[in-house]
Design a protein around this ligand. Structure first.
Ligand code: C2E
Ligand code: MG
Ligand code: MG
Ligand code: MG
Length: 287
C-alpha cells in the first residue's frame, strides 16, 4: 500500500466537503440572481378545523422556479439562504408575495388566516415587525389574519425571540411553534414565551397507530399543550385514522395531504369563494 487507508478516507471526505461547499456557493449565487429576476412564488396549504372540516387558514410555502423551468423546494435552498445571509431578503420577498396574493382576500374574509414561516435570523431585529406592519397597513388586513411560524431552533436565541414575539402579539399577530418535537425546546421553556399555537411535527403524526411508544408521546404532547393553553395544528396528516386519533384527543387543527396539498392562491380562493360564512353574509346583505 502506498498510502494508509485512513489517509484515503480523509482525502475522500475533504473532497466531498469541498464539492458540497462549491455547490452551496453556486446555489447561494443563484439565489441572489433569483431574487433580482423574481423567480419565487408561494403555494398555500390549507389549515383545516378538524371538527368541521372547514378551511380556516393556509400556510404560505416558498417555491423557486429557475429560468430552466426546474422547481426547487425550500428544504434545499432555505438552509443555504440562512447560512449565507440571503434569508432576510427572501423573507421580505415572502411578505410582499403574501401581500400581493392575499391582501384583498383577507379583507373580504376576516376570519381567514395566513401563516408564514420565519427563520432565526429574521428575529435578530424588529425590522421584521415593521415589514408585517406595512403589509397590514397597505392591505387593510387585520393582525389577527396573520400567524407567524417559528421553529424551535429559531426560538433558541431566547433574548431576540422574546422581543419579536411580544411585539407581534402586542399587535394581535398570532405566533406558532413550528415542527414541535424535532428540536431541543422543553415545554417548560416554551411556557416562558407567549405563544398561541403548537404545530406537532409530521414525524409524530406518522407514528400514530403504527409505532406505539411514539403515539403515546403524541398523547403527552397534546395533554401538555392543552394544559399550557396552546391550540394545536397537526402537520402532515395523510390518513383518516390519524385524523380520527387527533380529533379523539382534542387537537383542533390540521394540515396534510388527507385534506389538501399546497396549491396556488388562485386555486385556494376559487375553492373558498362563496363558501365562507363571512362572505355569504356580505352577499346576503347585498354588498
Ligand atoms: P414546514 O413549515 O413544516 O412546512 C410543512 C412542509 O410539509 C411543507 O413542505 C409541506 O409541503 C409538507 N407537507 C404538508 N403536508 C404534508 C403531508 O401530508 N405529507 C408530507 N409528506 N408532507 C407534507 P415544503 O413546502 O417543502 O417546506 C419545507 C420546509 O421549508 C417548511 O417546513 C419550512 O420549514 C420551510 N419553508 C417553506 N417556506 C418557507 C419560507 O417562506 N420561509 C422559511 N423561513 N422557511 C420556509
Ligand atoms: Mg411552517
Ligand atoms: Mg412545520
Ligand atoms: Mg414539519
Amino acid at each position: 500500500r502506498l498510502v494508509p487507508a485512513g489517509t484515503v478516507a480523509g482525502l475522500a471526505l475533504a473532497l466531498a466537503i469541498l464539492l458540497l461547499a462549491r455547490r452551496q456557493m453556486s446555489i447561494a449565487n443563484a439565489l441572489r440572481h433569483a431574487l433580482r429576476k423574481d423567480e419565487f412564488f408561494l403555494l398555500y396549504q390549507p389549515i383545516v378545523e378538524l371538527a368541521t372540516g372547514k378551511w380556516v387558514g393556509a400556510e404560505a410555502l416558498l417555491r423557486w422556479r429557475r429560468a430552466t423551468g426546474e422547481l426547487i423546494g425550500p428544504d434545499l435552498f432555505i438552509p443555504i439562504a440562512e447560512q449565507t445571509g440571503t434569508i432576510t431578503k427572501l423573507t421580505g420577498r415572502v411578505i410582499r408575495l403574501v401581500q400581493r396574493d392575499a391582501g384583498r382576500f383577507l379583507v373580504d374574509f376576516p376570519g381567514f388566516h395566513i401563516a408564514l414561516n420565519l427563520s432565526a435570523s429574521d428575529l435578530r431585529s424588529t425590522a421584521i415587525v415593521d415589514l408585517l406592519d406595512r403589509l397590514l397597513a397597505q392591505t387593510g388586513a387585520r393582525p389577527a389574519n396573520l400567524i407567524v411560524e417559528l421553529t424551535e431552533r429559531a426560538l433558541l436565541d431566547i433574548g431576540s425571540a422574546r422581543k419579536v414575539i411580544s411585539a407581534l402579539r402586542k399587535r394581535g399577530i398570532e405566533v406558532a411553534v413550528d415542527d414541535f418535537g424535532t428540536g431541543y425546546s422543553s415545554l417548560s421553556y416554551l411556557e416562558s414565551l407567549e405563544l398561541d399555537y403548537l404545530k406537532i411535527d409530521r414525524s409524530f403524526i406518522e407514528a400514530i397507530g403504527t409505532r406505539a411508544p411514539t403515539s403515546q408521546v403524541v398523547s403527552h404532547i397534546i395533554r401538555m399543550a392543552d394544559a399550557m393553553g396552546l391550540r394545536m395544528i397537526a402537520e402532515g396528516v395523510e390518513t383518516q385514522a390519524q385524523a380520527d386519533f387527533l380529533i379523539a384527543n382534542g387537537v383542533q387543527y390540521a394540515q396534510g395531504w388527507l385534506f389538501a396539498k399546497p396549491i396556488s392562491f388562485d386555486e385556494l380562493s376559487r375553492a373558498l369563494d362563496g363558501t365562507l360564512p363571512e362572505r355569504a353574509d356580505r352577499l346576503a346583505a347585498g354588498q
